[in-house]
Design a protein around this ligand. Structure first.
Ligand code: ADP
Ligand code: ASP
Ligand code: MG
Length: 481
């Protein structure tokens, strides 16, 4: 069997859903399970209406809700007719009416909990999967709607729930195998799951990719296909740099690093289940299904370029903790990271000097409690609107002159680099810049390492191999503050 996941833009309207149906029709003999996201923009809109309701703007929330209902009804009526349309129409009204009641409750209480957020957000995929299933049936696909909340079991960490793999695997096999055995095509909403008690949860933004991988691993899929709106994994985000090129084959390790550091084309957790079961993941373009896309697998041929790709992760903050007492004091770092651990804050980049530590982390998290605890250790300063730029490539290790070229290229654009790190995996060079500098920095680096010019020089520079650490090229110690 295979898993085929269609992202938001691949089911955004009637035309996109028809394209998805044609793609699935062409693979029926491979016994697909289909995973769909909410229609493009719907999850954002659901979030916007929940926030509007919580902040007392119920009329605004109701207007967004009206548009959401209207959009789904319109998409449906362009795809399905007769009794089938009536049944799905009824489903849309039931789901949207329930949402209206929840939003009313949120407005009355003036409070939006993560648990309620998940119930609201799950509506997006419940709506889209019902429409896609009906559209598939009307095009001759023997599809069956399967409720992901019955199959994917998670903990109760609402808005970024963690799957309980054993229970999930059992349930997926019980629900899906009998359908696949009689050549039916299960259609499921991605992103959504539930706790063992049946309370709706979600797997984090962009989580439909993760759903696809969880299902693929549980059913030992031959392949997981991620159908999206670009040609595959590219050498950088094509929205940031139109010169981005499709990557033919990439290793799991490099692709994970890219996803983690902002390549939105894949949810960062997607590859974990795939790696464990050694299932190749293909990223494909639903607007151009004949294109080869990108294959992500264990072994990838060495890339012709120094780096495989460049990613950028925006909305970062840098927390600096300064303490003269820290000079030569062992135990400081442990105390510091214990604070991060206690607050379940994952640090994306860390650099240290004798008197200070800088930690870059996602700025969407409320860190006020973390900061209060850090202040007990030293003087704390927070810098916002930062971004991490990450260049990934397996063969940078030990190559002389690569880092110099990276930072020279960035410096020539007048861009200030705030923190530098070479990932522990030694397959990336990452650094922090102002968020507003991201397009310029990425375009410059892409020109240098992927388009022409200094690429060959960098390749020549990178010939000697004595396993020196990157830090030794940069000076004795990573730069701070
Ligand atoms: P979907 O709705 O199909 O899940 P997403 O919007 O989540 O699609 O991801 C696809 C987007 O990821 C592309 O439109 C592109 O702008 C962005 N992206 C960022 N980095 C990369 C990259 N390295 N390769 C391809 N796409 C990327
Ligand atoms: N609809 C969800 C989101 O927009 C999940 C996904 O599309 O993968 O985040
Ligand atoms: Mg996505």
């Amino acid at each position: 069997m295979i898993v085929m996941k269609f992202g938001g833009t691949s089911v955004e309207d009637g035309a996109a859903i028809k394209r998805a149906a044609d793609i699935v029709l062409g693979r029926l003999e491979q016994r697909p399970v289909v995973v769909v996201s909410a229609l493009a923009g719907v999850t954002d809109s659901l979030l916007a209406m929940s926030r509007a309701a919580a902040s007392g703007s119920l009329p605004e929330a109701m207007e967004l809700l009206r548009q959401t209902r209207q959009r789904h009804l319109e998409v449906l009526s362009g795809l399905v007719s007769g009794a089938d349309e009536a049944a799905v129409r009824e489903r849309i009204h039931t789901l949207v009416d329930a949402l209206r009641d929840i939003l009313g409750g949120v407005a009355t209480l003036g409070e939006l909990s993560p648990r309620t957020t998940d119930t609201i957000l799950s509506t997006g995929e419940l709506l889209s999967s019902g429409i896609v299933n009906a559209a598939f049936q009307s095009r001759g696909i023997p599809s069956v709607l399967v409720d992901s909340r019955r199959c994917i079991v998670t903990d109760a960490t609402h808005t970024r729930a963690v799957p309980l793999f054993e229970e999930t695997t059992g349930r997926l096999q019980r629900e899906l195998n009998p359908l696949l055995q009689i050549n039916q095509v299960p259609v499921m909403g991605g992103f959504i799951a539930a706790t063992a008690e049946g309370v709706a949860t979600t797997l984090g933004r962009g989580g439909s990719d993760f759903s696809a991988a969880i299902i693929g691993a549980a059913l030992k899929a031959k392949r997981i296909e991620i159908w999206t709106d670009v040609e595959g994994m590219m050498t950088t985000d094509p929205r940031l740099c139109p010169q981005a090129q499709r990557i033919d084959v990439i290793g799991f390790d490099e692709a994970s690093e890219l996803a983690y550091f902002g390549a939105k084309v894949l949810h960062p957790a997607t590859l974990i289940p795939a790696v464990e079961k050694n299932i190749p993941v293909h990223v494909l373009n639903s607007r151009n299904p004949k294109s080869k896309g990108t294959c992500i697998r264990f072994r990838a041929p060495r890339s012709r370029t120094v780096f495989r790709a460049i990613a950028a992760k925006k909305r970062m903050q840098v927390i600096n903790v300064r303490s003269p007492r820290m000079l030569m004091a062992h135990g400081f770092l442990r105390a510091l990271f214990e604070v991060f651990e206690r607050h379940a804050c994952a640090a994306d980049l860390v650099s240290t000097s004798e008197v200070s530590v800088s930690v870059a982390l996602d700025s969407s998290r409320d860190v006020s409690a973390l900061l209060r605890d850090l202040e007990k250790l030293g003087e704390v300063e927070v810098e916002n609107e930062k971004a991490i730029i990450c260049l990934v490539g397996k063969h940078i290790r030990g190559r002389v002159g690569i880092a110099a070229k990276v930072f020279q290229t960035v410096a020539e654009g007048g861009i200030n680099v705030r923190m530098i790190s070479q990932g522990a995996s030694e397959i990336n060079i990452s650094f922090v810049v102002e968020e507003s500098d991201v397009p310029e920095a990425v375009q410059r680096l892409h020109r240098c390492f992927f388009e022409a010019g200094c690429l060959s020089q960098a390749a020549e520079a990178g010939t000697r191999l004595q396993e020196p650490s990157l830090a030794s090229h940069l000076g004795a110690r990573p730069e701070v503050g």
